[in-house]
Design a protein around this ligand. Structure first.
Ligand code: GLC
Length: 447
């Protein structure tokens, strides 16, 4: 399926893999990015801690090197999270890294490092700021306070989109408890597009900001005119829709986004599974890291992204610039993606048998190559079944082996590839069952 995209945003639907960085003074507390509100910490004590925070090891060049080594193509940094602390040189408040202990703009060198490495630059910005009662009460209860806080947001977004050259992506979060209408999100977007005509903006300006609902056709219908933003942001989840562009953001640990002392990490194969599944469904994967208070990435993150980066070196053509796959039923092996005339079989379950049998592909197959070893496989096709022979017994890579199936024409499914038993018309399955028999009773007797 193809998506109608603003040509300036086309890059987004090709990159497939990016790095989300949740970082701020909350790293000192070390229990995620929202300890302030989740633990109802004292605002003054938190602010004191935040103002003293000085990440002496901050070197975004190192972060971006890790992203590049890991095969990521873009990055998104939290310029301000729900605690309201600003990582850039802002004129709107002194609650910022330039006015407090670091005495410097932390966003500028990050943007520079991304650009130098050829990564697309994303900025995350939380509309919610737990220090602002006007924002929390809203325009009806506190017209003056709300107007002030709203202006504060507009001014900050303007700064972020004015002071750092080209910004490729803007990632809003936390419109709750307010709404897009109260915020005047349409005007905010208009201002942003004037400052950065090519910028791609996420979908969290609308309420309910998790456009999780976007996956449902009736919701899309209902919000058609109001949908603000260029791409969907399923959180810790994956959409199954390649009719619009989206990015699944997920943690590399079990739950929290900011640095968490004593966290347990998802294994590399699980992180890769998410990347592959996103690609097979036509979306991006934004993998999160929470650097520590000093500014370093936890080594657990680096070992995982390195392993995935190594895998991508050999198998990246099955991920980057691909389109949704799942052409045929393939769940007993893994996942599929497509690119032009190629169908990629990304195999999770390596059964050690010499032949892989694939039913449901309509095309004639010209050639098949096991990317993990570079070895060409023997191809046979008979009665609508494709057989790939010559597979090694041992899994040829620690992670997921990939076979590139080169087809005549774009990969397409035949009736077996298209039909699933849970679909309303099960005629295909009924005819298949007839081959075996017509009743349980007769089967029993025959045996
Ligand atoms: C949620 C959380 C926030 C996190 C974000 C990432 O909105 O409130 O802490 O930054 O998700 O998607």
């Amino acid at each position: 399926m193809s998506v109608a995209i603003n040509p300036a945003h086309a890059w987004f639907n090709k990159v497939r893999y990016g790095m989300f960085i949740h970082w701020g003074p909350y790293a000192v507390v070390g229990r995620g990015e929202q300890s302030l509100n989740r633990e109802w910490l004292d605002h003054n004590e938190y602010a004191e801690m935040a103002c003293a925070w000085n990440p002496v090891h901050y070197n975004p060049q190192e972060w971006i090197d890790i992203a590049v080594r890991g095969g990521m193509k873009y990055a998104v940094l939290t310029t301000r999270h729900h605690d309201g602390y600003c990582l850039w040189d802002t004129k709107t408040t002194d609650y910022s890294s330039t006015c407090q202990a670091p005495k410097r703009d932390l966003v500028a060198p990050y943007v520079e490092a991304c650009r130098k490495a050829g990564l697309k630059v994303g900025l995350y910005y939380s509309l919610l700021d737990f220090r602002l009662p006007g924002w929390l009460r809203g325009p009806d209860a506190d017209p003056e306070g709300f107007a002030r806080d709203k202006q504060y947001i507009f001014d900050q977004v303007r700064e972020l989109l004015t002071n750092y050259g080209k910004i490729d992506m803007f990632w809003f979060d936390g419109i709750w408890p307010r709404s897009a209408k109260e915020l005047d999100s349409v005007a905010l977007i208009a201002m942003m597009r004037e400052l950065q005509p090519e910028i791609i903006i996420n979908d969290r300006l609308e309420y309910p900001q998790y456009s999780y609902y976007w996956q449902f056709a009736n919701w899309r219908e209902q919000y058609k005119g109001d949908f603000l933003g260029d791409f969907g942001t399923p959180e810790q989840g994956i959409y199954n829709d390649s009719n619009f562009i989206w990015e699944s953001c997920q943690t590399s640990v079990s739950r929290l986004w900011g640095y968490t002392i004593g966290e347990q990490w998802r294994p590399d194969f699980e992180i890769l599974r998410i990347l592959v599944e996103c690609a097979s469904r036509g979306g991006n994967f934004l993998l999160n890291v929470g650097p520590d208070a000093e500014g370093r990435f936890p080594h657990e993150f680096v070992t995982r992204t390195n392993a995935i980066g190594d895998w991508l070196k050999l198998h990246g053509e099955a991920i980057y610039e691909t389109q949704a796959g799942n052409i045929t039923e393939f769940i007993t092996y893994g996942y599929q993606t497509t690119k032009e005339e190629n169908l990629y079989l990304i195999i999770r379950f390596w059964d050690g048998r010499p032949t892989l049998r694939l039913r449901g592909l309509k095309n004639r197959v010209k050639r098949a190559v096991l990317l993990s070893t570079g070895k060409e496989l023997a191809v046979r096709q008979a009665d609508g079944v494709l057989y790939l022979d010559g597979l090694p017994q041992l899994r040829p890579t620690a992670l997921f082996p990939v076979i590139r199936v080169e087809c005549e024409g774009s990969p397409e499914a035949d009736v077996w590839g298209k039909t699933r038993t849970w679909q309303p018309n099960a005629e295909q399955f009924a005819r298949w069952a007839e081959v075996r028999g017509t009743s349980v009773w007769r089967d029993g007797k025959l045996r």
